[in-house]
Design a binder for this molecule. Structure first.
Ligand code: GRF
Length: 208
């Protein structure tokens, strides 16, 4: 039997913690719904639970501790070297709790995406679910977007709305939003590799 041509849709995933989005992406690939391969997972935190989970599935991992670089850009240059050596086409931020330098964003322009647990541009930054409850909105959700130099900014690829219930706590809302995150991140990655997405100003064309 001829060998299957390896997928060139290589992804690098940056994490800092739990890694449930990372696992959802791996599941989607394993189930045959996403024609891609996670070539490398990098964490800035050696204790990130997502690292062990990735290793358990045979995915190469690397710890690049930000505390060992004097500046943000020097740290990001180490990330870039590792990601380029792994040949990734797309970089997915999945609970990566570091700001990226302008240098890094420029180097991988249009090839970095992030997932955020709110309907951006509402509630950027940390504790997005708490922000949504405190603002009294009836709908929150999650957003996958291209990354630019600002925090939780950049052209939006996909969003999914999730209702906010009367008795929601930040934790219960986060759990409900997370289910939607796991669904849309894989879909957004597939759209990226389909080659149909185009960034036109602040908008992404080709996703809907
Ligand atoms: C998710 O809620 C994601 O939207 C946000 O950080 C969280 C990461 O969760 N950026 P996990 O590490 O993927 O489980």
């Amino acid at each position: 039997m001829p060998e299957r041509t390896p997928s060139r849709n290589l992804i690098g995933i940056l994490i800092s913690g739990r890694g449930s989005n990372l696992l959802a992406i791996l599941d989607r690939i394993a189930a045959g719904y996403l024609d891609a391969q996670v070539a490398l997972v990098i964490s800035n935190e050696g204790r990130a639970a997502g690292l062990a989970a990735a290793r358990a599935r045979g995915v190469p991992t690397l710890v690049i501790d930000h505390r060992s670089s004097p500046t943000r850009e020097e740290h990001d240059r180490k990330l870039a070297d590792a990601l380029e050596a792994a040949g990734v086409r797309l970089i997915c931020l999945a609970g990566y709790m570091r700001l990226l330098s302008a240098w890094f964003v420029d180097r991988f322009k249009g090839r970095i995406i992030n997932i955020h647990p709110s309907l951006l541009p509402s509630f950027p930054g940390t504790e997005a679910q708490r922000q949504a409850i405190e603002a009294g909105v009836r709908l929150s959700g999650c957003t996958v977007h291209f990354v630019d130099e600002q925090v939780d900014s950049g052209p939006i690829i996909l969003q999914e709305a999730v209702p906010v219930l009367d008795d929601d706590t930040p934790e219960s809302l986060a759990a409900r939003i997370l289910e939607a995150e796991h669904e849309i991140y894989g879909r957004a990655i597939a759209l990226f590799f389909s080659g149909r997405l185009r960034i036109v100003g602040r908008r992404v064309v080709g996703a809907a």
